[in-house]
Write a protein that binds this ligand. Structure first.
Ligand code: ADP
Ligand code: MG
Length: 244
């Protein structure tokens, strides 16, 4: 579904050039759940953002469903319709109700009529036990509820893959579980998922494959049992000692 070949990404700043991604190669199959862990500043968000072209790679290739996406003239809007993304901060529109937040994109992009989109929104809200909040505004919701709505909003586009960038990092601890539960259910339904998280129990339980990103490279990757049980590189051993 996604192929990444020798991906490099640099940023130009006032202080010069910062090389953030330094040659990433990845192959993500349909239905796979890939969890990415690694220290702060190692390039995890930049990698996710390259996958839906929120960042333009400096060099290398990214392929999605058989087409190279980092080529001039590529239909970026079409790509983002198929790749849902959930961020640490929920980015809901404060002046719109929950249901309006969920239906805005599919209706504006003419993928669904308002009526169809409303119906689908209610179905999705039922799935995350928030149907009673359809007419509420984001300010009336808890952090965990907002993040579940953000997930539902991404799902309303019927994406082929979902990217999550530390979706529980901004939540109070008691709300982490409800968001992870929604993600687990999505994983069980067969969604292709790429998840950056510090929730190691989630990685262990849900991932097919865990990647350790450090210094802009995938330093180590393995199935969760091997990754957590037999980490090879000293840097990963050190990282796991700190977080577990
Ligand atoms: P992570 O998600 O692993 O914490 P990021 O991908 O957010 O790491 O950032 C990796 C590095 O890239 C950091 O040093 C960060 O400061 C730098 N970086 C990210 N985005 C930009 C940008 N738009 N301009 C300049 N530097 C950036
Ligand atoms: Mg990040």
């Amino acid at each position: 579904m996604i192929t990444v070949k020798n991906l490099y990404k640099s940023f130009h700043t006032l202080n010069g050039t910062v090389e953030v991604l330094k040659g990433i190669d990845q192959e993500i199959e349909k239905g796979e759940k890939v969890v990415i862990v690694g220290p702060s500043g190692s390039g995890k968000s930049t990698f996710l953002r390259c996958l839906n072209l929120l960042e333009q790679p400096t060099s290398g290739e990214i392929w999605f469903e058989g087409q190279q996406i980092n080529v001039p003239g590529f239909d970026v809007d079409g790509l983002r319709r198929k790749i849902g993304m959930v961020f640490q901060h929920f980015n809901l529109f404060p002046h719109l109700t929950v249901q309006q937040n969920i239906t805005l994109a599919p209706v504006t992009l003419k993928l669904k009529s308002q009526e169809e989109a409303n119906e689908r929104a209610l179905e999705l809200l039922k799935r995350v036990n928030l149907e009673s909040k359809a007419d509420a505004y984001p300010s009336q919701l808890s952090g965990g509820q907002k993040q579940r709505i953000a997930i539902v909003r991404a799902l309303a586009m019927e994406p082929d893959v979902m990217l999550f960038d530390e979706p529980t990092s901004a939540l109070d601890p008691e709300m982490v579980g409800e968001v992870l539960q929604v993600m687990k259910e999505l994983a069980e339904e067969g969604m292709t998922m790429v998840v950056v998280t510090h929730e190691m129990a989630f990685a262990r339980e849900v991932a097919n494959r865990v990647l350790f990103v450090d210094g802009g490279k995938v330093l180590e990757e393995a199935d969760p049992d091997t990754f957590f049980g037999h980490p090879k590189s000293p840097r990963l051993q050190d990282f796991l000692n700190k977080v577990l």
